[in-house]
Design a binder for this molecule. Structure first.
Ligand code: BG6
Length: 473
């Protein structure tokens, strides 16, 4: 569909950007915070630890002021569960509550809407010891954590996200260090999908509680959605594409929205003797709970062809966006039409439009983009500048596609790319930078931690000021 003229962005469109607690805050054991999985996991060799990250905990006022200078209408950040509840359950940490009160108030002072992710890869270590998401009680732990958040922040926070990238934790979590599975696991697929089931129930309980306690608030899931393409028009490749979309994308949202397991995924789990066990009450809460919108992270699309089952498990995973095959169901292949980032992720702005269209078509709920962006080796020049034209190009090309999607009739709430400020990547350290704001630190040398405005900072400021009408340099 070629539009003669594109529709404008809605006037209350939530322009902003995202971060997550463990990737920016630091202060990993300060002011009563308990350790999380991120503080106890084995770090990928050659990458920074998370004790300081980019020191957002101590510098949030300066950081929010910079976001306000860019004109942010929203800031998406996550709450560290073990900062608020050091043991994950039970005793509340007043200093932790205070920190997020201050952060929320600082945003509101500038008219920035806080969008809160309740869980972003950082299970409290005390709950890790109890089996983490493998424990059937985990959905109740999460519900109680949600209650603490709604009680303390519900008077000011309108937008809530349940679990960040649950699908990526399930598909690549143990490899990129965002999820742990017990060592004694005999059927890995079963174990992981049981954890996934507990997360789905946890999410449903949180959505239900949110609607009970905060009737004016809105809540939704936040998976990483990359539409799968077939590599050719071979009918077998179409079947592979359907398998890939079901396993990678639809499972998570079909459950959140319709309260049912996707039938292709259920068949896949049956074949692997890996269907999850339902506890009493699970089916009911999954059926009843509903999201108000769909938040999603998009970095690129995903191309697959038929699999003969011969792929090696070793090449099954690389990371969130690169190779990911499922032997017998689909084989991941490179898309020859697309360029790649310096870190090997394909770049597909048109795939972003296709993904928005598919999501809206399938679920008919408003969409909120909670991540999108380019990881790169940015360089600070001697005169304190960061020239990142590649980031401007990447973001511009994706924003144009949101306009296309809006013109296609897709309801869009906002755009919050990754990331507001440089932060520690999931498994590739601080050298892989995403922010509009540069932070002066290296992998192992904390340097000054001073903030610098990148070229993309000034560009995004203009984009927001014109509500997405002026995307030029
Ligand atoms: C998403 C996560 O997977 O993508 C973020 O929600 C992450 O936490 C981002 O940082 C970029 O991925 P990476 O691996 O480059 O940090």
């Amino acid at each position: 569909m070629i539009h003669q003229t594109l529709k404008p962005f809605p006037k209350d469109f939530l322009w902003g950007a995202s971060t997550s607690a463990y990737q920016v805050e630091g202060a990993s054991l300060e002011d009563g915070k308990g350790p999380s999985f991120q503080d106890t996991k084995k770090l990928p060799p050659g990458t920074a630890d998370l004790t300081v990250s980019v020191d957002h905990y101590h510098r949030y006022k300066e950081d929010i002021a910079l976001m306000a200078e860019m004109g942010f209408k929203a800031y998406r950040f996550s709450i560290s569960w073990s900062r608020v509840l050091p043991d994950g359950i039970g005793k509340v940490n007043p200093k932790g509550i205070e920190f997020y009160n201050n952060l929320i108030d600082e945003c509101l002072k500038y008219g920035i809407e806080p969008i809160i992710t309740m869980f972003h890869f950082d299970m409290p270590a005390a709950l890790e010891e109890k089996g983490s998401w493998s424990n059937a009680s985990s959905s109740e732990w999460f519900k109680e954590f949600a209650r603490v958040l709604f009680e303390n922040y519900g008077d000011r926070v309108k937008y809530w996200l349940t679990i960040n990238e649950q699908n990526m934790m399930t598909l690549v979590g143990p490899l990129i260090g965002t999820l742990r599975v017990p060592e004694a696991t005999t059927n890995l697929t079963k174990e992981i999908y049981q954890q996934n089931h507990h997360q789905l129930v946890a999410q449903a309980k949180a959505m239900q509680l949110c609607h009970e306690m905060l009737p004016k608030a809105k809540i939704g899931p936040a998976p990483n959605i990359a539409l799968a393409y077939p590599n050719s028009n071979r009918p077998e490749d179409i079947i592979a594409e359907q398998n890939a979309n079901a396993i990678r994308n639809w499972l998570y949202l079909d459950m959140a929205v319709y309260g049912r397991y996707n039938n292709l995924v259920w068949a896949y789990l049956e074949a692997k003797d890996a269907t999850p066990t339902f506890a009493p009450g699970d089916a009911e809460v999954l059926k009843v709970a509903k999201p108000d919108f769909i938040a999603f992270n998009y970095y690129t699309s995903f191309t697959v062809e038929a699999s003969d089952g011969s792929e090696q498990i070793a090449d099954k995973f690389a990371d969130q966006q690169s190779a990911m095959s499922e032997p017998g169901y689909y084989r991941s292949v490179q898309n020859q039409n697309l360029k790649k980032t310096e870190f090997g992720w394909e770049i597909d702005p048109v795939g972003f439009r296709a993904t928005m269209r598919a999501l809206y078509d399938r679920y008919q709920l408003p969409l909120l983009v909670t991540e999108n962006g380019i990881g790169a080796y940015d360089e600070l020049t001697a005169d304190g500048k960061v020239h990142d034209p590649y980031r401007i190009v990447y973001l511009r090309e994706h924003i144009v596609q949101i306009k296309e999607a809006i013109s296609d009739g897709v309801e869009m709430l906002g755009y919050n790319p990754w990331s507001a400020i440089d932060l520690i990547s999931t498994h590739e350290g601080i050298k892989k930078r995403y922010g509009f704001i540069y932070v002066d630190r290296d992998e192992f040398d904390l340097k000054t931690l001073k903030r610098y405005r990148k070229d993309s900072f000034y560009w995004y400021k203009k984009v927001i000021a014109t509500n997405g009408e002026n995307l030029s340099d």
